[in-house]
Design a protein around this ligand. Structure first.
Ligand code: 77H
Ligand code: MG
Length: 215
């Protein structure tokens, strides 16, 4: 049967990128998705905003919700200092299998913990299973209708503390209206919108950065 799009993305990485060179992996995926087949990676334009937030926060512990092919996982992990790590959750086992290989090709497997499963099932176990106290940065890029319930779940589980930064993809396209309303109106968050475009297109999209102010 035909290969899947994630399999074709992995092939582009394995033919165009250099093992151990995360930037070449990022460039290979962006080139493939801009010139061959669109795919739902955060992309180069929003990816630069993601980079700037990671550099600003310099997180020790990152949670990514929605791995897909590992493009944003590689973007984040390549900027982390030794000892820091990103835990990334992926629901779809086929995507997870591809992402593991993309992360390995980039040479960043020591900074990444890829967990297969649904966010709602795994978040309550984060402290116990991974010894996480709280996350310094959470990148939300999974089911858009899960952004709000999972944010509330992270709060309830004590995984968000004063200073934790939430960075949400796709707040315009496909859109996460209930999440936006919550973080923008809550007295416990300081929120700002980074206007950009839907990956590899001219459509408007953006990232919402929300800093938890404490209770
Ligand atoms: N709970 C849980 N836990 C863990 C999980 N892991 C995966 N999932 C399921 C997530 C499935 C993929 C999520 N991402 C998107 O849907 C997405 C879509 C577009 C897009 C598409 C078509 C258009 F015309 C325009 C824009 C663009 C983006 O940048 C997107 O990120 C999970 N769920
Ligand atoms: Mg996205």
């Amino acid at each position: 049967t035909r290969t899947s799009r994630p399999q074709r993305i992995l092939k582009a990485v394995q033919t165009k990128a250099t093992v151990g060179d995360p930037q070449s992996v990022i460039t290979a995926i962006d080139h493939f998705c801009r010139h061959r087949e669109w795919a739902m990676n955060v992309g180069d334009e929003k990816g630069s905003i993601l980079d700037s937030v990671v550099n600003e926060v310099s997180p020790v512990t990152v949670l990514e919700l929605g791995t897909y092919c590992g493009y944003s996982t590689v973007r984040i992990a390549r900027l982390l200092p030794p000892g820091a790590c990103v835990i990334t959750l992926e629901f779809n086992p086929d995507y997870a299998a591809i992402a593991r290989q993309v992360i390995k090709w980039s040479g960043l497997e020591d900074k990444v913990q890829l967990v297969e499963g649904a966010s709602g099932d795994w978040i309550p176990w984060m402290k116990e299973h991974f010894g996480v106290q709280a996350f310094d940065l959470v990148f939300l890029d999974h089911w858009k209708e899960r952004y709000l319930p999972d944010t509330k779940l992270l709060e309830e589980c004590g995984l968000i503390q004063k200073g934790t930064v939430l960075l949400a993809d796709n707040v315009i396209c496909p859109g996460t209206p209930d999440y936006l309303e919550y973080v923008r109106n809550s007295p416990h968050y300081n929120s700002q919108y980074y206007r950009s475009h839907l990956e590899y297109t001219k459509a408007e999209d953006g990232l919402e950065k929300s800093v938890f102010l404490g209770y």
